[in-house]
Design a protein around this ligand. Structure first.
Ligand code: ADE
Length: 237
């Protein structure tokens, strides 16, 4: 029997700078994933839902202060037009929940993500209160263009979809899998400027290589990110 194809994970991005996302997702692995129908990414200019002669999607904050705030009307209209019952609406915000590998994996099982990218001082709080399911930060810093945060999320989520990475194995030993950092990697030549590749990697002994890699991951995590893992207690035999 022919298996039905999984429907692609769809992302709709709402922003004032939609080309940031378009140029990013058209390239490399994400570009291929779109061509192969594994993901579908549409970025939208919020001004398309803005009313009035100047189609302004932002305005000055009530109470005064610097910067501009994204207005509620275009965001409500856009999200209501794009959402379906199974959609998750995410606001990319520096004060959101920290984005992690775990969250990326979880979101990769979604059917449809609507990503709102803020700019300037953010978005009207009523959007956050009424429309948004999750608020997510990609790190403790503030970007001028929240579309970059949306692009980061699309990238990190998509690579967990089956078939997006050419070789599914490449997820296995990388950083943050098992709460450990990745191991050092080497390629040819085996000796460069007198610096040799660790002997074990040339041995062809897969068990020894796996053990060495695991030890390297444990040691690296212990010294660089002891906060990450309890797995650094155990070195596999
Ligand atoms: N928009 C601006 N800064 C951001 C951040 N750190 N994470 C997510 N969205 C943002």
């Amino acid at each position: 029997m022919i298996q039905p194809m999984n429907s692609p994970l769809r992302f709709d991005v709402l922003s004032l700078f939609p080309r940031t996302v378009d140029s990013f997702v058209g390239e490399s692995i994400l570009g291929k994933a779109s061509d192969r129908g594994l993901i579908e990414v549409s970025s939208h200019d919020l001004r398309d839902w803005a009313k009035g002669k100047h189609r302004e999607a932002d305005d000055r904050p009530f109470g005064g202060g610097a910067g501009m705030v994204l207005k509620p009307e275009p965001l409500f209209d856009a999200v209501e037009e794009l959402s379906r019952p199974q959609s998750t609406v995410i606001y990319m915000a520096p004060d959101g929940d920290p984005f992690t590998t775990q969250m990326a994996k979880e979101l990769s099982t979604s059917q449809h993500l609507v990503l709102i990218s803020g700019h300037y001082e953010g978005i009207d709080q009523r959007v956050r209160d009424e429309l948004v399911d999750r608020e997510v930060s990609i790190g403790d810093y503030v970007l001028t263009n929240g579309s970059l945060a949306a692009a980061v999320m699309i990238d990190a989520v998509s690579r967990h979809l089956p078939g997006v990475l050419g070789d599914d194995e490449s997820l296995l030993d990388e950083s943050f899998e098992d709460d450990l950092l990745g191991c050092p990697q080497y390629t040819r030549p085996a000796e460069f400027r007198g610096i040799k590749v660790p002997e074990v990697l040339l041995s062809g002994n897969h068990e020894d290589i796996a053990r060495w890699r695991h030890e390297q991951r444990v040691q690296k995590t212990r010294s660089l990110r002891p906060d990450l893992s309890t797995n650094t207690q155990t070195i596999r035999n």
